[in-house]
Ligand binder design. Sequence first.
Ligand SMILES: [Zn+2]
Length: 157
Amino acid sequence: MGRHQLWRKVSSIPLITYFKPAGIRMAELEEVRLLVEEAEAIRLKDLEGMEQEECAQQMNISRSTFSRLLDSARQKIAGALLNGKAIRIEGGNFEMAVRRFRCMEGHEWEVPFETMISAPPKLCPKCKTPSIMPLFPTGMHRGGHGRRGHFRRGISG
Ligand SMILES: [Zn+2]
């Protein structure tokens, strides 16, 4: 048995990450949590119209894994739509196709997915300081009450 592929490559984070049906009081509102990689699966297959094989390659996962992601995503979205539930898009096991970093001196650089998975950066390539932080794409900050770094590591183990 090979190691499980934990990280799914995601090239786009939805700008809007919360959908709420009209006319339902918060107290009665049920929520469905759509993982970021599930949203990406829907985006590639249903929005971009790509073949499953292509989508799987794009996300760096097997075709059967992609198929499961897609089924799960569609089921959650359908359930939310037809049963009047809210959808929150967050979390999961994914890494951005390109991740931008910034060091304390203000240098910024980009790290490709393959590098993030094999050897994430520990130093700034210009000034060699270890004080570096990832810059999250737009749409990942949620109003100020979302924890920064929330999306970075979806699982704890
Ligand atoms: Zn630097």
